[in-house]
Design a protein around this ligand. Structure first.
Ligand SMILES: C[S@@+](CC[C@H](N)C(=O)[O-])C[C@H]1O[C@@H](n2cnc3c(N)ncnc32)[C@H](O)[C@@H]1O
Length: 236
């Protein structure tokens, strides 16, 4: 697993290389790059269908039967939001994989680290990605993002019990009925873990990606990728 606590993390995605600066000594956990972000991006890098080059009359791409994730990771025409983006590794990685309509969010004190990394990678990303302050469960901030989103991306965000309920509620509020949460997960607090999965079971269908489907160079025993989908309402 290529994870390091050095001040600079390099993350190859497709034919590009992201360079992410982290500050492990800061007061905020969001100024470090957490390993589940790399695990999630490299899982998607392994399976996301190639981004088609735009043509005047786009032809539909048939789904690839050898790829169990070709539909899940078909980013064309989809909107996404990342929660607790931190230094932006996951969001920037997904942008390079073709998820270009994407807004990265976090709390105000983490914004300088996020903005610094977006600027640092501007050439590779070909633009500055959208970013916004979002404290989980703040109704005005949620509304101003203009949901629904097809993808809600979140990595290593379950670690404080008190924030779990607002987190799950924010995921639910932001995602479309047919949307998905792409979650990079590692157990950080037993109390937060217990409450998170209890709440998720009430609102989401939960799918865990088998470990053998993760990227072999970016996988380790404790890290998992989950796909969460809203439970179908009675009668729909
Ligand atoms: C452990 S860090 C993970 C950062 C990044 N996702 C990664 O994997 O590198 C958790 C992130 O969640 C954010 N966060 C924690 N509580 C939050 C809240 N109530 N509202 C919004 N973001 C929050 C933190 O600021 C931090 O950036």
């Amino acid at each position: 697993m290529k994870f390091t606590d050095s001040p600079e993390i390099e993350l190859p995605v497709r034919n590009s290389l992201l360079s992410i600066q982290q500050d492990n000594g800061s007061f905020h956990v969001g100024t470090s790059v957490w390993p589940c972000s790399l695990v999630l991006v490299k899982f998607a890098d392994r399976w996301a269908p190639p981004t088609p080059t735009p043509t005047p009359t786009p032809t539909p791409t048939p789904s690839n039967n050898n790829n169990p994730y070709s539909d899940l990771l078909d980013f064309r025409g989809k909107r996404a939001v990342e929660l607790g983006a931190g230094c932006g590794a996951a969001g920037m990685g997904f942008h390079l994989l073709g998820l270009t309509d994407l807004v990265l969010t976090d709390i105000a004190p983490v914004m300088p680290a996020l903005k610094r990394n977006l600027k640092r990678n501007k050439t590779v990303l070909a633009k500055t990605l959208k970013h916004s302050i979002l404290y989980w469960n703040n109704p005005d901030q949620i509304k101003s993002l203009n949901p629904p989103f097809h993808y809600v991306i979140a990595t290593d965000v379950v670690y404080i019990e008190e924030t779990v309920r607002p987190l799950v509620s924010t995921m639910e509020s932001l995602m479309a009925d047919d949307g998905v949460v792409l979650l990079g997960y590692q157990l950080r607090s037993p109390e937060a873990d217990k409450l998170f999965w209890e709440l998720c079971q009430t609102v989401f269908d939960i799918e865990k990606v088998p470990h053998q489907d993760l990227h072999p160079d970016y996988a380790y025993e404790e890290a998992d990728v989950y796909v969460l989908r809203k439970k179908k309402k009675e009668g729909s």
